[in-house]
Design a protein around this ligand. Structure first.
Ligand code: SF4
Length: 345
């Protein structure tokens, strides 16, 4: 028996080709997109504007959901961590971060991650597999079904498990789906993709998508960054920063550089001065985040508030916008670098 087709894997153009392949007119694809993403139907029976025959075809040959919420843990600060089961039994995660008037969903692009950053729990567990475009999109939909009208997602960040640019085509297709005016219709301005710095894919992304870009930087000299983030051995800072300078930013937009501050490792005044140096000529803003300790990075601790403020001051004196960001959901293991699908039942 044929595997049912997972409808959320399709961009609108792909869905048009598919509906034509089963003998329907291509405009039906836009109708399906509206039912799935604007009306958020849970069964094809709800689509009374489709013929009964077409609904039966859809019921028998496709499925609407890939992910199942198996656990939801809410933190004291309102952050909610969702654990999803995938059809093959793997698990992935998303984190909802209400911060009125914003409500941001942090989504995953892979199960695990191959890049092995030393401070990251996801990285310490290794790589299992890429998510499909539909499995990425379905994280948004499943959370939308769960929260219904209580609140709505305003922003999406690709900062959960995995390196998005290592799963390039599905990630770019998921952005195409999420921003489609006939579909979920998120603005590109409301979506941020965060990468550890896969340079060739960064050049491609600049041509393929207009989402906001964030770089997980965490160190401003090659020796330290290669130690913390092995990807730096393949794409050193000179190449990464050249790709950032060439990134086609719209007017008034900047690239966000994420910098976890780890006590005694990357938080010295010299590190801040190195950061000022490498950001020269880049339209940049910096998010400073105290490291979130976890069991697989026992040697690392968060920088003190005093150190973080001193670091920020050096950046600000060099006229670089530097915000101190609080990690949300640390008490439920949902903060930056803490996702590992480890609360699987
Ligand atoms: S920080 Fe990001 S790129 Fe590095 S191991 Fe963790 S998930 Fe992968």
């Amino acid at each position: 028996m044929m595997e049912p087709i997972f409808i959320k894997n399709f961009t609108l153009a792909q869905l048009e080709a598919w509906v034509e392949s089963i003998g329907e007119r291509s405009f039906r694809a836009r109708q399906l997109f509206k039912h799935v993403y604007a009306r958020r139907i849970r069964s094809w029976d709800e689509c009374s504007d489709l013929s009964r025959l077409f609904r039966v075809q859809l019921e028998q040959g496709t499925r609407l959901d890939a992910l199942e919420i198996v656990k939801k843990i809410e933190a004291a600060d309102g952050t909610a961590r969702y654990l999803f089961r995938l059809p093959d039994g793997h698990f992935t995660e998303a984190v909802l971060i209400p911060d009125p008037p914003r409500c941001t969903l942090c989504i995953s692009s892979q199960v695990g991650c191959a890049l092995g950053c030393k401070f990251c729990l996801t990285g310490s567990l290794g790589f299992k597999r890429n998510l499909t475009a539909g499995e990425i999109v379905d994280q948004v939909l499943q959370v939308q079904y769960d929260i219904r009208s209580r609140t709505h997602i305003t922003n999406i960040v690709y900062m959960g498990m995995g390196e998005p640019l290592a799963n390039y085509e599905p990630v770019v297709n998921s952005i195409r789906i999420l921003t489609d005016p006939n579909g979920p219709a998120f603005s590109h301005r409301r979506i941020t993709l965060s990468t550890a710095g896969l340079v060739p894919q960064l050049y491609r992304l600049g041509k393929d998508s207009a989402v906001n870009l964030a770089i997980s930087l965490h160190a401003a000299d090659d020796a330290l960054r290669s130690e913390l983030m092995p990807v730096n051995r393949t794409y050193p800072l000179s190449e990464l920063m050249a790709a950032c300078r060439a990134y086609p930013l719209p007017p008034r937009k900047r690239i966000t550089f994420e910098y976890l501050l780890i006590d005694g490792i990357n938080d010295k005044p010299r590190d801040a001065r190195n950061l000022v140096r490498i950001l020269h000529g880049v339209r940049a803003k910096v998010n400073l985040i105290a490291f979130n300790p976890h069991r697989n990075a026992a040697l690392y601790e968060a920088s003190s508030e005093e150190r973080i403020l001193a670091f920020q001051e050096i950046l600000q004196k060099a006229r670089i916008t530097a915000m101190i960001r609080k990690s949300r959901g640390a008490d439920i293991g949902a903060a930056c670098g803490q996702l590992a699908a480890e609360c699987a039942p």
